[in-house]
Design a protein around this ligand. Structure first.
Ligand code: NAP
Length: 284
């Protein structure tokens, strides 16, 4: 029951009807008996600045940010934490006494999901497929946690090189096109391969990123950020070839769990969040 004391949280995006976060977060608040409520908020791109001001004015405790606002919201926030600044995108905002602070929990969410699957990042070489917002977060998470190298392969080699340049300096990172020799070399040295493109995602589950499987070491772990379907064609093929696989469900739960803690100050009930997510995915 929502009362005058309930702390309100939401997720802003456009469109927003597909978001699974309300199911995960409300289940978590209920499980811990916290008087919070979380709802989807459709915010058109041209209304973003007014929406941020409005959520402050009506005393929301915070909100998640999803496509297409993750980058564009940055100038409208009072503070941005250093990881979010490095990634160049925000997925979580905390509102405290009328001031907004932006965070990105996708990077730690990805790394935590690997740790939960028993996969080490430090000293490992990674290859990312795709150079969009998720690839930026994954690259940041891997590099901040001691990866020995990250190569970003994208159909647009200029975009891949640009992303790599943003992280260059302190980090061993490069970018190239998916058909470049550099990409084949990186693939043959790779310990962790991550699909950061939407290829294979519902409603087009037959799609798969282009890959020369012969180039990949048998010991390489194959990850897909996609969680619907739970096993993409890429992961099914990797499994058939003997690779350890990790899907995007763990990252989705972890990024949500870290946001939950930023808002409430409490550890998140991850198993409750996982159950809520799986229930919703099975009926959607
Ligand atoms: P994005 O910013 O749109 O980036 C997508 C990337 O994929 C771009 O580099 C794009 O290339 C590339 N791409 C798209 N279609 C392609 C194709 N046919 N062939 C080759 N490359 C292609 O999207 P995003 O936000 O990074 O999200 C990427 C995926 O990660 C989505 O499936 C999303 O659902 C998933 N994700 C999962 C989680 C999680 O918690 N599990 C979190 C965030 C994202 P161009 O730049 O050339 O268009």
């Amino acid at each position: 029951m929502i009362s005058g004391k309930t702390r309100l949280i939401g997720v802003i995006g456009w469109p927003i009807g597909h978001s699974l976060s309300p199911f995960m977060q409300n289940a978590a608040f209920q499980a811990l008996g916290l008087d919070y409520a979380y709802g989807p908020l459709a915010v058109a791109p041209q209304d973003l600045d007014r929406a941020v001001e409005g959520l402050k004015a009506v005393n929301f405790a915070g909100f998640n940010v999803t496509v297409p606002h993750k980058v564009n919201i940055m100038p409208f926030l009072d503070e941005v934490d250093v990881t979010a600044l490095t990634i160049g995108a925000i997925n979580t905002v905390v509102i405290n006494q009328g001031r907004t602070a932006g965070y990105n929990t996708d990077a730690a969410g990805f790394v935590n999901s690997l740790a939960a699957a028993g996969i080490r990042v430090a000293g490992q070489k990674a290859v990312l497929l795709g150079a969009g917002g998720a690839a930026r977060a994954v690259a940041c998470g891997l590099l901040q946690n001691g990866a020995a190298g990250v190569v970003i392969g994208a159909r647009d080699r200029t975009k891949a090189a640009g992303l790599a340049e943003d992280f260059a300096g302190p980090y061993p990172v490069g970018g190239c096109g998916l058909t470049d020799d550099r990409f084949r070399q990186a693939l043959s040295a790779c310990d962790i391969l991550v699909n950061c493109t939407p290829l294979g995602m519902h409603p087009h589950p037959a799609a798969m990123p282009p890959l020369n499987w012969q180039d990949l070491k048998a010991s390489a772990v194959v990850c897909d950020l996609i969680y619907n379907p739970a096993e993409t064609v890429l992961l099914a093929e990797a499994k058939k070839r003997g690779h350890t696989t990790v899907n995007g469900t763990g990252m989705l739960i972890e990024q949500g769990a870290l946001a939950f803690t930023l808002w409430t100050g409490q550890p998140a009930p991850r198993s409750v969040m996982r159950e809520a997510l799986q229930r919703e995915l099975s009926i959607s």
